[in-house]
Design a protein around this ligand. Structure first.
Ligand SMILES: [Zn+2]
Length: 61
């Protein structure tokens, strides 16, 4: 597997969602820490806290 952003290669299957070198998102479908389930946010990098806030807002409605 190769990081699409920084070009570093990984020897074995990467279980992490992100490149350990540059932090780029490696999978379309993340094991999302906010959604607590596999989720494709559509971003090339994790929206992280922003997604968390969006989630919180949508739950208040
Ligand atoms: Zn990388």
């Amino acid at each position: 597997m190769k990081c699409p952003k920084c070009g570093k290669t990984f020897d074995t299957d990467v279980t992490d969602n992100f490149c350990g070198f540059c932090g780029a998102k490696l999978k379309d479908l993340c094991n999302c820490w906010i959604k607590k389930e596999p989720y494709n946010c559509g971003s090339s990098e994790c929206p992280g806290y922003k997604l968390f806030l969006d989630e919180k807002r949508s739950r208040l409605k």
